[in-house]
Design a protein around this ligand. Structure first.
Ligand code: PLP
Length: 419
């Protein structure tokens, strides 16, 4: 396969091309093919941006129809029919059935654009400058998002000061015995703590890049209560865990909380087309007209595919299928944990957002290489990159899921026998 052009001309910064040294040409559902025609099961899914699989016909068909019809593609934040249709179906299929009444902000198309807008709004609303963020958090690559991220290498990237962030321990950090919510509640109420009241607390309900750490419902409920008690805006960064990944549309539904601000992106378009929104509690929506902007707020092709994706959530058969697949995946992973104690320390995550914490980065590295050879794409996460991320499309077929897990099983067996 000819990869010379990439090594000759593309920046040294490239990463996935190095870990998956193939040239990909085609994809459908959970399968992606390289130029030589070799199929791979995709458990990487664009880092959570392809929850509905590649080229999902229910989502792509309306896009094709839209493209050939001389319809609007870019519209800044003007009113278009595609945008009207999206808002209608998002409210009707997603917000209303969950009894939610958020206002919708359309920022620039990436996840970090949504987080920056959410942080800016919380700071504007409260008039406070600092924000509380968690250990092992990941919120994106622009300066405000870098500042609230936990990883040392990520935070150092900006090359400028990242102040106004108060780092606090996530659920289960440094261990299960530590009451992190109790700590946060205490320091916010104690005038001797030396910690000023923040504008917001920003969190992921499952820290994907941070190692697939899942917060419990009890902890999330407690953080929600603490935010209310101290007048702090609760921002849920649902960019990777949302849009169906956990088996529910929003990752916080299981905890029965209603965050003040929710950021969605990655799988929101359902197609891999860039798109993000910020959901805002109505009384918090104090933006002045035009105060926040972005050229690509009006990606109409994404409105069309996102609308098609949202419609799926009104279909009981669709949601029942996802719940069933989530259970099936969890059963598979429980079996791998029991079978390979020499390689795997524990199962992580929740629903279809799962991970396997391994004994070392070396194990994960070798499993990655063997699975790639045998036709499966996986990636690692966590501060020590010793967690295997298992993110199949939520619409994966039973056969594809079984096949992907069999490749993973085989690679783990090789490690267990080899050591
Ligand atoms: C991917 C991700 C982001 C950043 O999204 P980009 O589109 O890469 O800017 C932010 N938060 C979380 C939780 C993510 O997974």
């Amino acid at each position: 396969m000819n990869t010379e052009i990439f090594t000759a001309h593309e920046s040294n910064v490239r990463r996935y091309g190095r870990s998956f040294p193939a040239v990909f040409t085609k994809a459908l559902g959970a399968t992606i093919w390289d130029e030589a025609g070799k199929p791979y099961i995709d458990f990487l899914v664009g880092s959570g941006a392809l929850n509905y699989g590649h080229n999902n016909p229910n989502i792509i068909a309306p896009a094709i129809e839209y493209l050939v019809g001389e319809n609007i593609l870019l519209s800044l934040d003007m009113y278009t029919a595609a945008k009207r249709d999206f808002i209608e179906v998002f409210v009707g299929s997603i917000l209303k059935p969950r009894d939610l009444s958020y206002k919708i902000q359309f920022p620039g198309p990436t996840g970090t654009n949504a987080n920056e807008a959410a942080l800016a709004l919380a700071r504007k609303y409260t008039g406070r400058s600092s924000v509380m963020a968690f250990t092992n958090a990941f919120h994106g690559m622009s300066l405000g998002s870098l500042a609230v991220s936990g990883s040392a290498s990520t935070r150092e990237l900006g090359g400028v000061a990242r102040h106004d962030v108060i780092r606090v321990p996530y659920d289960g950090y440094p261990n299960q015995d530590f009451d992190s919510a109790g700590y946060i509640d205490f320091v916010l109420g104690d005038t001797g703590s030396g910690i000023e009241k923040p504008a917001a607390i920003i969190l992921e309900t499952i820290q994907a890049e941070g190692g697939m750490n899942a917060a419990s419902a009890a902890w999330l409920t407690e953080i929600h209560r603490i935010c209310r008690k101290h007048g702090v805006v609760m921002i849920v960064d649902d960019i990777q865990a949302g849009a169906g990944r956990t088996g529910e549309f929003f990752s916080f539904e299981f905890a029965k909380i209603e965050p003040d601000i929710v950021c969605l992106s990655k799988s929101l378009s359902g197609s891999g087309s860039p798109f993000s929104i910020v959901l805002i509690r109505p009384d918090l929506d104090i933006w002045r007209p035009g105060e926040h902007s972005g050229t690509f707020r009006g990606n109409n092709l994404a409105f069309v595919t996102a609308g098609a994706m949202c419609k799926l959530w009104s279909d009981r058969q669709f949601t029942a299928g996802i719940e069933r697949t989530a259970i099936k995946l969890q059963t598979h992973l429980d079996r791998l944990v029991a079978k390979f104690p020499k390689c795997i320390e524990q199962k992580r995550g929740r629903g279809l957002m799962a991970g396997l914490k391994c004994r070392s980065q070396a194990v994960v590295g070798r499993v990655h290489d063997v699975t790639f050879e045998n036709g499966l794409l996986i990636e690692s996460s966590g501060p020590n990159r010793d967690v295997i991320k298992v993110l199949p499309p939520i619409t994966i077929t039973d056969d594809e899921l079984d096949h992907g897990i069999a490749i993973l099983d085989h690679a783990l067996k090789e490690q267990a026998n080899g050591d």
